[in-house]
Design a protein around this ligand. Structure first.
Ligand code: GUN
Length: 296
């Protein structure tokens, strides 16, 4: 039987609509307008596109968008001073520093300078620790989006065997923490794991975030498994640039019970969850109830 295609684009549209409704209610009932500040250092083309999309979607959700573009040569002290200003600005509830940062800047130092309550990326060391210890945290957007898709498709995840492939701080590690919190039995595998195929074959949930085009093959997938493909890889095919995931889509879709496509799967969920996190941050900062179903 062909796999169900998990349509992240449609699902993200639903999340954005819920955020928009809640933002309108927050404004009407409490006079609070959530604000998201995005900081872009340099002119990396992919980052520039992401940042523009974030700004557009923030405004569409009824929130305030503040974009700060800094030269690639900016002094670290000047970037830290901007973060300090944004931490103190009452109009700003969420702060995102687009990664990667230029090599002369200590990214950890910058991320840890963000007020943890405004850390909508969930990268501050205190949010990482809070997630790991089961305390209320800001949760990284891409893993949060994956979790929403999994819960929507599977319902309760308790007891499921989940394999996360990839150990990045942005996706793999927080994804493993979230699945653990939802009572999955979690294996965190990576490109150096021995016999990755055998590990993946045991999984009822596969989250592929290894950053290698089409690495995960159909014969690695257990029949009926749910496959979440976080990869976005540009490859040349017949002389044309195309986007592919970390999974061989056709091969995996022939075996899986459900799978996210690339593009149109996890990608659109990331910005939707950034908006959800900004709304959550605004509610927490103002001591108001959090939006239901938009947090982990
Ligand atoms: N660059 C690629 N993904 C991300 C992300 O989720 N957050 C930030 N800040 N930068 C990124």
């Amino acid at each position: 039987m062909a796999a169900t295609i998990l349509d992240g684009k449609a699902f993200a549209g639903g999340v954005r609509a819920r955020v928009r409704d809640q933002v309108a209610r927050l404004r009407a009932d409490h006079g609070v307008v959530p604000g998201l500040a995005v900081v872009l250092v340099g002119e990396d083309p992919a980052s520039t596109v992401y940042v523009r999309n974030k700004g557009v979607q923030t405004v569409e959700a009824g929130m305030q968008s503040f974009t700060h573009r800094l030269e690639a040569s900016v002094a670290q002290a000047d970037l830290l001073a901007l973060i300090g200003d944004l931490n103190r600005d009452p109009m700003v509830h969420g702060i995102l520093v687009q990664l990667p940062l230029p090599a002369h800047i200590d990214a950890d130092l910058v991320l840890n300078a963000i007020d943890p309550r405004k850390d909508v990326d969930g990268f501050h060391i205190s949010n990482v620790g809070r997630l790991a210890t089961g305390q209320k945290a800001m949760v990284p957007c891409t893993p949060l989006g994956c979790l929403m898709l999994l819960r929507a498709h599977l319902g309760d995840l308790s007891g499921q065997n989940a394999v996360v492939i990839g150990r990045s701080n942005i996706v793999g590690k927080p994804m493993a923490q979230l699945l653990l919190r939802d009572n999955c039995t979690v294996t965190l595998a990576h490109s150096r794991s021995r016999d990755l195929a055998a590990i993946v074959r045991r999984a009822e949930i596969v989250v592929a975030a290894v950053g290698r085009p089409e690495m995960i093959q159909g014969d690695w997938i257990a029949p009926g498994a749910t496959v979440i493909d976080v990869g976005i890889n540009r490859v040349l095919r017949d002389g044309k640039q195309v986007l592919v995931g970390d999974c061989d889509f056709a091969g995996c879709a022939a075996v899986a019970g459900a799978i996210t496509p690339v593009p149109g799967g996890v990608g659109p969920m990331t910005i939707a969850c950034l908006l959800a996190n900004t709304l959550t941050a605004a509610c927490r900062i103002h001591g108001l109830p959090e939006p239901a179903g938009l947090t982990a």
